[in-house]
Design a protein around this ligand. Structure first.
Ligand code: 4NP
Length: 156
């Protein structure tokens, strides 16, 4: 299973998701690939936001060596599943899809824990207190994604 997490800047939400998922993959001994990207190139080449690094570290996860990159249409070929954080990301990624098959790889990451609600991972960039709840939402979502594929016996 090859999974990509996508947000706007690739410095807050999606690197947290990547770090959380890498940690779980190790715990569950899964042979999965994980990466993250931003729909914008604003922070390309930068490490995650210090607040994202700090909250991950508090949960024993080191994301300090990740570097931001922009989402590319080539990612549709590289990854089996593309999990986006909010409806803006969803729109921007879907716009680059060239086929129905590529579109079907994309979904809101919280769809797994909150089906049919369209719930988004709030952008914590302007909200120092938002990082804790973002971490918890993403931790639950990553756990649910693993369970989903484990139950289906896919990619294990
Ligand atoms: P992210 O958060 O999309 O979760 O990485 C943001 C990072 C940077 C900006 C906005 C959101 N920005 O406006 O630069």
């Amino acid at each position: 299973m090859k999974i990509l997490f996508v947000c706007l800047g690739n410095i807050c939400r999606s690197p947290l998701a990547e770090g959380i998922m890498r940690n779980k993959i190790q715990q569950y001994n899964l042979n999965w690939e994980v990466d993250s990207a931003g729909t914008s190139a604003w922070h390309a080449g930068e490490p995650p936001d210090p607040r994202a690094i700090a909250i991950a570290a508090r949960y024993g996860i080191d994301i300090s060596r990740l570097r931001a990159r922009q989402f590319s249409p080539y990612d549709f070929e590289r990854f089996d599943r593309i999990y986006v954080m909010d409806s803006d990301n969803l729109q921007n990624v879907l716009r680059m899809a060239l086929s129905e098959k590529e579109k079907q790889k994309v979904s809101l990451v919280l769809h797994t824990t909150h089906p049919a609600s369209g719930q988004e991972v709030p952008d914590p960039y302007y909200d120092d207190d938002g990082f804790e709840s973002v971490f918890r939402l993403l931790d639950a979502a990553c756990e649910a994604i693993i369970k989903q594929y484990a139950d289906a016996k896919i990619g294990l």
